[in-house]
Design a protein around this ligand. Structure first.
Ligand code: ADP
Ligand code: MG
Length: 815
C-alpha cells in the first residue's frame, strides 16, 4: 500500500480537485462556491483526522486561493500536491523509491551499429516479422513509434481492494480467483462473463465483444482486474475491466503502476509490456530533446527522455502526470508551430481581389429569401463580407450546428464574388453533398430571378450579376463531354460558381479568376490542404464551413490558421427532435416504432455500435447486424448497408438509393459520415449509444428532423456504465450542440471528438481537449519562437526544425 503524508478520502478528493483545477487552467471553477470554501472544510476534516500539521502548511492563516493570480495558483497547487503525496521518509521501502527520482542518467550504451530511432522494430531482440506485423496493425513500425506507443492507462496496484471493499464508480484493482467464465449474449452480441471470488465474496465481470476471453480464463486461475465498478440489477459488476492472468500467488510487478497497452490479435499484455520495457529503457535515454531549454524551463516541463520513460513506467502517478503534461505540450506545440507558420505565410502572400460590397444585391438577396436571417447569420455574413472587401486573403471558419443556415450565408458571399467579376467554388466531401448544395443554392437563386436551364447541371440566371450569372455542378459521374464543357467555361470565365467534390475540383479545374473558395464539412480537409489550395495560382479568399461544434481548444488546434465566425442559434420554429433512451427490454418496441413510421411512408437510419478495435471488425459487425435486421426483424422491408470498407462508388450508390426512397432503412457503421439530407427520414436508431461521445450522438441525431415531419432519435444501450448513463441522460435533454461539445470535453478525449487523422493533423495521443491552458501556453511559445527565429535556422533549433518537419509530413499524409 502506498502511504502518503496525509491520507483519507478528503485528501484524495483534494488531489482530484487540484488536478481538475489544473486542467481548467486554475480558473477556480471546479468547486461550486469556490475552492476557498472547500479548503475550510478540508481543514476541519484534517484536524479531525489528525493531519492538521500538513493541512496548515497547505493553507496558512489568511490564505485565499481566490485572491491569487493564475500563476500563483499554479505554484500553490503544485506545492500542495507534493505535500499531499510525498512519502514519509521513515518508511524504508518508499524512501528508496522517492530517492530514485530524478532518474540518474545512466550512460546509455551506444546504439548497435547501423541502428537508429527509425530502424524497424525487427531490429529489437525478440521481435520477429510476425510480431512486427502485429505491431504494425497498431501503427508501430519503428523504434521511435514504439517509444511513442503509450499505454492506454496504468493498472494501479496501489489501489487494490478486496471484493467486499469495492466501491461503485471508482477505478480499483482486484486480484481474485476465477470460478467460472463463459461466453454470454450481451445485447445481441457475444461477450464474456466471469465470476471471480476472494475470501470476502464474489463479483461478476463482463466484457463486450470479446467472447474469446472465456477460454483464457480457466477455473481457479488467478486474475487481476482493473477498472470501474458499476451496478447492474442491484449487483456490483466490473465492466470491461483491464485484466491480467497471474501465474503465481505473488504480485506480478514491482511497480505500483503497470502500463496497459492497446492490443491486437496475437499480442498479449505481458509480451507487449516486456518489449516496451526493453525499447524504452534502451532508447529513451538516447533521445535528444527538441524543445529549447528556455521553453522547457519557462513552462516547467520534464526533459523528453524522462517523460517517455515516465509515461510508460511511471514511478508515481504524479510523475506520470508530469510526463503526460510534457508530451501533451509537445504535441500541441508542434502543431502550433506549423499552424502559426502557415498563418504568417498566408498573411504575407500576394493580395486577393478586394470585393466591392454591393448593398443592392444584398438587399435583393435578403428580400428573395422566404425567411429573414437570424442575428447570428447576420453577424457571420458581416464578418465574411468585411474580410472579402480587403486584399488580405480571407481565411475564415464558419461554424454552426446542422441546419443553422451556413449555406445561405455562404451563398451571399459567393454572389458577391460573382458581382465583382470573380469566380467562386463550393467544395463538398461527397458527390451527394455537392448535389445537395447545388439544389439548395439554385432554389435560393431562383427566388431572386428567372432561371434558365442549359442542362440539369448548368444553370443561367440572366437577371443576376454579372448578367447572366452561371452556376454548374461538376461530379465524377458526368459524361466526359459535359465535364469538359464545364472545365472549359471555368477556364474562360463563363461559369461563376462551380459546385463539386474537393477531389474533383482540386484535380481537374482551372479558373480564369478564382475569387472565393468555400469548403464544406471541414474536418476532412486539413491545414495542409488549405495551404495547397491557396497556392493554386490565384490567391482566393477561403471560407470553411463545419457543422461540428468545436470547443476552443480544438478550434485553435485544427483551425489555428483561421479566423472564426460562429452561428450559434437555429432559425426559429424548428420542430425539436424527440430523443429517447430506451431500456434493453424496449428493443422490440423500438423496432415496432420504426416499422410504424415506415408504414406511414417515412424512412429510418440504424447506426451500429462503435467498435474500437478496427474498421474491418466494425464493418463485419455491421454486415452481421444488417443481416440480422433484414432476415429476422424486417424481412419485408428494403434495407441498405453502408460501411467504411466499401468503395466510395458503392457508398454513393447506397446513399443515393436511400435518398431516392428505394430503401426504407439504412444500416451503417459509425465511421461512415451519413452527411446527407434525407427529409423523409424521421427515425435515427443508435445501437450501443452509451459508447459514443455526445457530439457524435448529436451529429447522428442531426441527420433526421430535416423535413416537415416530426423526427425521433432512439438510443439503445445494453448495460451502460455509470458514465454511459450520464451521457445518455444529457443527450436526451440537451439539444444545443455547443453545450454537448463542452460536456464531451470533460467526459471524453479528442480522439473521440473526431480523428485527427482525418483532419491532416499530427496525432494527438497525450493532449486532451481539456488542455486549454496548456494549449494557450504552447501557442504563445510557438508564436514567440517564430518571431525570433522564423525559419528555425539557429543551431539550437536544429532538432526542433527536424521534429516540426517530421510531424507535419506525417500529418499531411494522413489528411
Ligand atoms: P447548414 O448548412 O448550416 O446545415 P442550411 O444553410 O442548409 O444549414 O439551412 C438549413 C435549412 O434552413 C435550409 O432549408 C435553409 O433554407 C433554412 N434556413 C436557413 N436560414 C434560415 C433562417 N434564418 N430562417 C429560416 N430558415 C432558414
Ligand atoms: Mg449543410
Amino acid at each position: 500500500m502506498r502511504t502518503t503524508a496525509a491520507s483519507g478520502p478528503h485528501v484524495e478528493a483534494l488531489l482530484k480537485i487540484l488536478e481538475l483545477e489544473r486542467s481548467k487552467g486554475y480558473g477556480d471553477v471546479v468547486v461550486v462556491g469556490g475552492l476557498d470554501r472547500y479548503l475550510q472544510n478540508y481543514l476541519k476534516k484534517a484536524r479531525d483526522t489528525g493531519g492538521s500539521s500538513s493541512a496548515s502548511r497547505i493553507c496558512p492563516p489568511d490564505f485565499r486561493y481566490a485572491a491569487l493570480a493564475k500563476e500563483q495558483r499554479r505554484q500553490w497547487a503544485e506545492k500542495t500536491r507534493r505535500l499531499l503525496t510525498e512519502r514519509p521518509s521513515d518508511k524504508p521501502s518508499s524512501a528508496k523509491k522517492s530517492s530514485a527520482r530524478p532518474v540518474p542518467v545512466k550512460q546509455a550504451p551506444p546504439p548497435p551499429p547501423g541502428m537508429t530511432l527509425d530502424s524497424p522494430i525487427t531490429a529489437v531482440k525478440g521481435i520477429g516479422p510476425s510480431m512486427a506485423s502485429r505491431f504494425a496493425k497498431l501503427g508501430v513500425r519503428t523504434i521511435r513509434e514504439m517509444l511513442y506507443f503509450f499505454p492506454r492507462r496504468h493498472m494501479d496496484y496501489g489501489n487494490q481492494r478486496r471484493i467486499s471493499e469495492l466501491d461503485v464508480g471508482l477505478e480499483q484493482t482486484l486480484v481474485a480467483t476465477v470460478w467460472e467464465a463463459r461466453q454470454v449474449n450481451l445485447g445481441g452480441r457475444l461477450g464474456t462473463e466471469a465470476i471471480v471470488g476472494d475470501e470476502t465474496g464474489n463479483v461478476r465481470a463482463v466484457w463486450f465483444n470479446q467472447p474469446y476471453l472465456a477460454q483464457r480464463f480457466r477455473t481457479n486461475a488467478r486474475l487481476v482486474l482493473f477498472g470501474k465498478v458499476g451496478v447492474y440489477k442491484g449487483k456490483k459488476v466490473f465492466e470491461s475491466p483491464e485484466w491480467e492472468l497471474l501465474e503465481s500467488e505473488a504480485l506480478p510487478h514491482a511497480d505500483m503502476l503497470v502500463p496497459v497497452y492497446p492490443l491486437t490479435e496475437g499480442l498479449y499484455p505481458r509480451s507487449v509490456r516486456r518489449l516496451a520495457k526493453a525499447v524504452v529503457s534502451g532508447w529513451a535515454p538516447r533521445l535528444g530533446d527538441h524543445l529549447p531549454g528556455e521553453v522547457r524551463n519557462r513552462c516547467a516541463l520534464m526533459p523528453l527522455s524522462e517523460a517517455i520513460q515516465q509515461a510508460h513506467f511511471p514511478d508515481s502517478s504524479e510523475s506520470r502526470n508530469e510526463a503526460r503534461r510534457r508530451l501533451a505540450f509537445d504535441e500541441l506545440f508542434l502543431i502550433q508551430m506549423g499552424v502559426a507558420a502557415r498563418k504568417l505565410e498566408w498573411q504575407e502572400t500576394q493580395a486577393s481581389a478586394a470585393f466591392r460590397i454591393d448593398d443592392d444585391l444584398l438587399r435583393r438577396f435578403g428580400h428573395g429569401l422566404p425567411f429573414s436571417f437570424t442575428p447570428a447569420q447576420e453577424r457571420a455574413l458581416k464578418e465574411i463580407l468585411t474580410d472579402v472587401s480587403q486584399t488580405r486573403p480571407m481565411s475564415r471558419l464558419l461554424e454552426g450546428d446542422v441546419g443553422s443556415g451556413k449555406t445561405v450565408v455562404a451563398t451571399a458571399a459567393l454572389m458577391m464574388a460573382a458581382a465583382n467579376g470573380c469566380q467562386g467554388v463550393l467544395m463538398a466531401p461527397t458527390e451527394i453533398l455537392a448535389e445537395q448544395h447545388f439544389n439548395t443554392i439554385s432554389t435560393i437563386l431562383s427566388r431572386l430571378g428567372l432561371c434558365e436551364e442549359e442542362s440539369g447541371l448548368l444553370l443561367r440566371f440572366p437577371s443576376l450579376p454579372p448578367y447572366p450569372f452561371v452556376m454548374a455542378l461538376l461530379t465524377g459521374s458526368l459524361k466526359a463531354g459535359a465535364k469538359r464543357k464545364i472545365q472549359k467555361q471555368a477556364v474562360e470565365g463563363g461559369v461563376h460558381l462551380v459546385i463539386g467534390t474537393h477531389a474533383l475540383i482540386q484535380k481537374s479545374v482551372e479558373f480564369r479568376k478564382l475569387g472565393l473558395v468555400v469548403v464544406d464539412e471541414q474536418h476532412r480537409f486539413g491545414v495542409l490542404q488549405r495551404s495547397a489550395l491557396r497556392q493554386k495560382g490565384a490567391n482566393p479568399h477561403v471560407l470553411v464551413m463545419t457543422a461540428t461544434p468545436i470547443p476552443r481548444t480544438l478550434a485553435l488546434t485544427l483551425y489555428g490558421d483561421l479566423d472564426l465566425s460562429v452561428i450559434d442559434e437555429l432559425p426559429p420554429g424548428r420542430v425539436a427532435i424527440e430523443t429517447k433512451w430506451l431500456e434493453p427490454a424496449q428493443r422490440q418496441a423500438a423496432y415496432n416504432f420504426v416499422r410504424r413510421k415506415i408504414g406511414e411512408g417515412r424512412q429510418a437510419f440504424v447506426v451500429c455500435p462503435l467498435i474500437e478495435e478496427s474498421e474491418s471488425i466494425e464493418a463485419k459487425a455491421a454486415v452481421a447486424e444488417y443481416k440480422r435486421l433484414s432476415e429476422e426483424i424486417f424481412p419485408d422491408l428494403r434495407l441498405g448497408l453502408l460501411h467504411g470498407r466499401m468503395s466510395s462508388a458503392d457508398k454513393e450508390s447506397v446513399m443515393r438509393s436511400f435518398k431516392d426512397r428505394q430503401l426504407d432503412i439504412l444500416v451503417s457503421t459509425p465511421v461512415v459520415e451519413v452527411g446527407i439530407d434525407v427529409p423523409n427520414a424521421v427515425v435515427m436508431l443508435i445501437e450501443g449509444a452509451d459508447r459514443f461521445g455526445l457530439s457524435q450522438l448529436h451529429q447522428f441525431r442531426g441527420r433526421v428532423g430535416r423535413g416537415e415531419h416530426k423526427s425521433y432519435c432512439l438510443l439503445l444501450a445494453e448495460s451502460p456504465s455509470f458514465e454511459g448513463r450520464e451521457r445518455l441522460k444529457i443527450i436526451e435533454r440537451t439539444r444545443d450542440g455547443f453545450l454537448l461539445a463542452e460536456e464531451d470535453l470533460w467526459l471524453r478525449g479528442p480522439g473521440e471528438f473526431f480523428g485527427t487523422q482525418q483532419s491532416g493533423l499530427p496525432d494527438l495521443r497525450m493532449a486532451r481537449l481539456s488542455d486549454v491552458a496548456l494549449l494557450e501556453i504552447a501557442r504563445a511559445e510557438a508564436i514567440r519562437l517564430l518571431a525570433s527565429d522564423r525559419g528555425l535556422k539557429r543551431p539550437e533549433h536544429r532538432l526542433l526544425a527536424k521534429e516540426v518537419a517530421r510531424v507535419w509530413r506525417a500529418g499531411g499524409e494522413a489528411g
